[in-house]
Design a protein around this ligand. Sequence first.
Ligand SMILES: [Zn+2]
Length: 354
Amino acid sequence: MRNLIAFSASWLAIAAAGAADPPPYAPPLTKTAQANISNIRPSNPSPIGLGTGSATGAAAKLGAKAPAAPKLSEREREEQAEAELSAKIAERLAQMRANQAARAAAAAKAKKEATAKAAKIAAMPPPRANGTHWAYEGEFGPANWSKINADWAKCGAGNRQSPIDIRDGMKVDLEQITFDYRPSAFNVQDNGKTVQVTMGGGNFLSVGNRMYELVQFHFHRPSEERINGKGYEMVMHLVHKDGEGRLAVLALLLERGKQQPAIQTVWNNLPLEKGDVTSPSIVLDPNDLLPQRRDYFTYMGSITEPPCTENVLWLVMKEPVQASPAQMALFSRLYPLNARPIQPASGRIIKESM
Ligand SMILES: [Zn+2]
């Protein structure tokens, strides 16, 4: 009995020390300990009980009553201690099993959460490209514009892109473009891609029962568009917008010839640094940029730089505008090449004045 108490107590100490993980032999020991303990229940104090104390048995046989009481009391204390120990062991085991179950549940939960997180990541779309830098050559050039930014997808997948080689136009009696331009305030910016002139309000053109206001004009070298395969040394794009935000771009092809006064006004006011803006105190009349004849080609296309937005009405004047070799040379020092390559016409209808 004392051995059992000692053994159980030492095991309890071991179990308590290694509370996290009970040794593998714990369950069999428990079973044995409980079986042994149940064999000595105080409810069965047989006077001739086997293994319940030989002194007690001998005393009963001899009929000696007096010494029985203190011995029984001692045995009871012993049994009570054993019962308490047994209860403690059972309680401790229950606690350890509960801890073990809680740890297993926590591990299962963590695994489930990790699996769910991995599944969520796998289901997520790849990060959207959101670059903003583009160029006319190299890694950031026109062939890669659509990959630089997810919002520039039309640059690669669009089927109404500009510029195009304008050919096989349908010759029809096109309505005249009505220009309502006037001398206006302007500012000039070298924006890193071109020289851009932003116009004060109040300059309109009307075509197809729509009125578009001139917002800005800028330059490309060489011309982006071609006419029956022929390119020009430069082109001016006059960008107009209507009340609903629709764009109409008037293209004025530039060829070598006499000096162009309005272009010279722009060159005279170029900022010294890229990104800077000059706001001259003089006015510029966009009428001075237009050619004599007003015949034109028209087709539906896009803006010719990212994001390559489509549904742009293109109006390409047939008669080129002249600019002097010196004026051409000045721009070529800033931008020797700032033209997007020709895009597929994809069966688009091109109309031209007869
Ligand atoms: Zn342009």
